[in-house]
Design a protein around this ligand. Structure first.
Ligand code: COA
Length: 163
């Protein structure tokens, strides 16, 4: 049997045509998934960046996405997700690093996010990239879950090699 060729993925900004595929990915991976109107609203905010990792061959398979805001005084990462079949291959790291690099290019040193305290994979991802837990927000999420506020401490970034 021939070995299947693994698709390669590249980053690009999302557009309105991507919303149905994004919502379907979001619904398969998030505890409280964003709706089409959440994604549409992000596309309309001038300070919001919604970036996708799509396959180089068809540009239609979405392995993951990230949403972050350029707030002038800092960068707020709001959402990041990787499809179940693409987990554990470095795509989450690649997406968060892309947001960090973009912030650094804008001379922003404050990069922060909230993450569910119980979301151990995501907390480990952010800690591995140089984020520290700086605060706990009790009952931050609509189901009562607590959030960690995490802030980037400025660790130099490694390369974006995919395992
Ligand atoms: C969190 C998430 C984005 C990680 O994506 P990923 O592509 O699998 O992550 P990577 O392969 O880049 O792994 C990066 C690091 O994350 C951590 N990590 C990833 N999966 C993990 C798991 N199941 N358990 C513990 N740590 C994990 C590890 O520290 C890993 O580094 P390592 O490979 O050096 O050990 C993915 O699990 C996801 O989409 N989860 C659902 C959505 C979500 O919770 N988003 C974050 C909050 S908004």
């Amino acid at each position: 049997m021939e070995n299947a060729v693994r698709p390669t993925f590249s980053l690009r900004p999302a557009n309105a045509d991507d919303i149905p595929a994004l919502v379907s990915l979001e619904e398969s991976i998030q505890v409280a998934p964003w709706t089409p109107s959440h994604f549409q609203a992000e596309l309309e905010k001038p300070f919001s960046h919604l970036w996708l990792l799509t396959d180089d061959e068809t540009d239609s398979l979405i392995a993951g996405y990230i949403v972050f805001w350029d707030l002038g005084e800092g960068t707020h990462i709001l959402n990041v997700g990787v499809g179940l079949e693409y987990r554990g291959q470095g795509y989450g790291k690649l997406l968060v690093r892309a947001a960090i690099r973009d912030a650094i290019a804008r001379n922003q040193s404050k990069i922060f996010l909230e993450v569910r305290k119980s979301n151990l994979p995501a907390v480990a991802l952010y800690q591995g990239l140089g984020f520290d837990i700086c605060q706990i927000r009790k009952h931050f999420y609509s189901n009562g879950d607590d959030a960690y506020v995490m802030q980037y401490r400025g660790t130099p970034l490694d390369s974006d090699e995919i395992e």
